[in-house]
Design a binder for this molecule. Structure first.
Ligand code: GDP
Length: 213
């Protein structure tokens, strides 16, 4: 049995000044709008209404912070790629996300959610580049696996792995379904492992006049 995590909503930030103070670790969830990010967050945290599952995609423009076990943050970033966004809205999205990445680069581990049936899209690649530019490590969750037959899932996974590698990423891949709960334990294990890594790294850091050396 998985230990039930205690997660509670902290705040919604429209700009960087509203961000809560950084902790040693936070886990940020990224994905195209409608990829299944809210469903994943609800299942992962065991809190059915933590994030809003929408039938009309693309309405959240804020960054939502949740506190987990009084220890670290889960951060729900606004989805990208909603067809009805104007150029202006897309620019605002990129600016806010980049500001977020810049400010939290040291403490954040990213989770990029991909629809297993669609694979990596152009917009996901842009996100990978943004994360890499800021030196942020990330894992990939391939979701909606319940929609594929076993053999389809096997080849889709191999394809996803190959695409990631061809882009120069060796990120771990967790296969997930919000319907069956498959992958929840693997995701929990990945997050726990990263949390420990970041804790140790943080403990080893030396700060001189508030600057990490
Ligand atoms: P978001 O826009 O990324 O937050 O996506 P949502 O969580 O709102 O999900 C978008 C749609 O996909 C909804 O109709 C969900 O019920 C559906 N969905 C999400 N995750 C899964 C999954 O693992 N399997 C299946 N079959 N449907 C899913």
């Amino acid at each position: 049995m998985l230990k039930q995590m205690e997660s509670k909503f902290l705040l919604s930030a429209k700009s960087t000044v509203q961000f809560p103070p950084p902790l040693f670790f936070e886990i940020a969830f990224f994905g195209r709008s409608n990829v299944g990010k809210s469903s994943l967050l609800n299942v992962f945290t065991g809190t059915p209404k933590l994030a809003r599952v929408s039938s009309t995609p693309g309405c959240t423009r804020e960054i939502n912070f949740f506190m987990v076990d009084n220890k670290y943050y889960i951060v729900d970033l606004p989805g990208y790629g909603y067809a009805k966004y104007s150029k202006d809205e897309q620019r605002q999205w990129a600016e806010l996300i980049d500001e977020y990445m810049k400010m939290r680069a040291k403490s954040v581990f990213g989770i990029v959610i991909i629809d297993i049936r669609r694979g990596i899209t152009d917009l996901d690649e842009i996100l990978f580049e943004m994360l890499s530019e800021r030196g942020i490590h990330f894992g990939v969750v391939a979701t909606k696996i319940d929609k594929l037959k076993k053999n389809e899932l096997r080849s889709a996974t191999l394809e996803l792995k190959a695409s990631l590698e061809s882009l120069g990423h060796k990120s771990e891949i967790v296969r997930f379904s919000a319907i069956t709960g498959d992958g929840k334990k693997e995701l929990y294990n990945l997050v726990t492992k990263k949390c420990e890594e970041y804790r140790e790294r943080n403990a080893r850091s030396v700060f001189v006049d508030g600057v990490e050396r």
